[in-house]
Write a protein that binds this ligand. Structure first.
Ligand SMILES: [Zn+2]
Length: 216
């Protein structure tokens, strides 16, 4: 997970989110439960400009695991505060609550998990590197200073699941071996520069920032 800058609100939300929210809340009251409300009321955030802006904001990466979204999984519009919890019905079309996510993080891990006392970190609001650190030996994220929100983030997003840890470890080993070879030839700076240029097209871009910082 890494910090991103939130882009300006897409036009569709700017123009319609207040009305959509009112219609949704009215329908929930009418039906008595959220479960009985038709999807057409709940999914109006699925607009092309919302999807395009979120993809751009996250540079195609999942907000949680940082995998490139779209190669092996579809991208999903993610509600950080779960839209199915009564406390958050009114945030279904709220721009500040929307993020970009891979299918695995969205449907198998984050789901409707929420800790009201220590909510997960928000990549567009929180300074992620002050809460979480990546251990370059184990490939696992660790909370800094036993921070509870960092712990919730690790638990609710599954960011230390075996498949991700193994993938990170592979890239760490590859990078460090490559660095050593280039260091012997005296062109380690060019090596780091090329990774820096490539990182946004790869999974886990913030991993390479940390590796480049580590070998400096
Ligand atoms: Zn993901």
């Amino acid at each position: 997970m890494r910090k991103v800058e939130r882009l300006p609100q897409p036009e569709s939300l700017k123009n319609h989110s207040a009305r959509w929210t009112k219609e949704l809340m009215d329908e929930i009251n009418k039906q008595g439960t959220y479960a009985k409300v038709a999807d057409s009321f709940k999914t109006k955030y699925r607009q092309d400009d919302v999807k395009e802006t979120l993809e751009k904001m996250y540079n195609q990466h999942c907000c949680y695991c940082e995998s490139v979204v779209g190669t092996s999984s579809y991208g999903r519009i993610e509600h950080l505060r779960p839209k199915s919890l009564p406390q958050f019905y009114q945030y279904a079309f709220e721009w500040d609550n929307l993020h970009w996510c891979c299918e695995v993080c969205n449907t198998s891990y984050k789901k409707a998990n929420w800790d009201f006392e220590n909510p997960i970190l928000d990549p567009a609001k929180d300074d992620i590197d002050k809460f979480l650190k990546l251990n370059l030996t184990t490939g696992k994220y660790e909370e800094i200073g036993n921070n509870k929100r960092a712990r919730t983030t690790i638990e609710h997003t599954g960011m230390n699941r075996e498949s991700l840890v193994k993938a990170r470890r592979r890239w760490i080993i590859l990078f460090l071996k490559g660095y050593k070879v280039h260091q012997k030839c005296g062109n380690e700076k060019e090596f780091c520069d090329s990774w820096d240029k490539l990182k946004e097209d790869m999974d886990y871009p913030s991993l390479y920032d940390k590796l480049i910082e580590f070998v400096k």
